[in-house]
Design a protein around this ligand. Sequence first.
Ligand SMILES: C[S@@+](CC[C@H](N)C(=O)[O-])C[C@H]1O[C@@H](n2cnc3c(N)ncnc32)[C@H](O)[C@@H]1O
Length: 229
Amino acid sequence: MDKNIQAWNDAARSYSAFEDTSCHSLFCRAFISKHFSDVDKLNVLDAGCGNGEYTHILSQNGGIVTGCDASAEMIKIAKEKYPLYNYEEVNIMGAMPYENNAFDIVFCHLVLMDIDPIDNAISEFYRITKNNGRLFFSIVHPAFYRAEWEKNEQDIVLSKKVFDYITPIAEQQMFWGATMHYHRPISYYLNTVAKAGFTLKEILEPKVYGDDKIPDIPLYLFVEFQKDK
Ligand SMILES: C[S@@+](CC[C@H](N)C(=O)[O-])C[C@H]1O[C@@H](n2cnc3c(N)ncnc32)[C@H](O)[C@@H]1O
């Protein structure tokens, strides 16, 4: 088995437990539920669905949602947690088992920064999105990822020091287990998605941090594209 997928299998329980309690995950759930408040009867693919949290939210908002993930362990947790929905074990880096123009929305939350390369996934997303359908993806904001909060002697956060940004770098992270993170600048993502044929609709950089950090620095980058025609 691919070692990145094995790493997600190993990290799945710990990731899911983290997601259940993290205030940042809570923010994302509320943000995404509001952004997709009206998906009534739309066909949605939750690509890299993890423990099924967003498959559940988008279904509750009226979507007809399929959750897919390459990790069998994640799919198992999703089925335990939210058994009502349809889940499939699918690697988004390969040929995806969906018809052309199958989905009104391809939703891919916090996944693209975990895979390398992304080109095939994006081309497949384009193929399976309906004309006038949407691709929505989110990543941890790359401009402030390879960085460190700087504090004064009173432990007050003063700034975030960015070490580097432009050059893509692969690194292992140890938040939930030894999963891979592929840092790339924003231009890399936007150009890859534009090259596949999508048109940019909206970029969102909401305030996530409270006053214990610096609220004016974004944690996430959310991007929505449209497939014209
Ligand atoms: C950071 S988690 C995000 C999960 C979920 N979208 C969420 O926000 O809770 C990344 C997910 O991507 C999945 N993943 C990693 N590589 C993948 C691949 N090649 N194909 C499909 N899913 C993949 C992992 O198994 C994991 O569930």
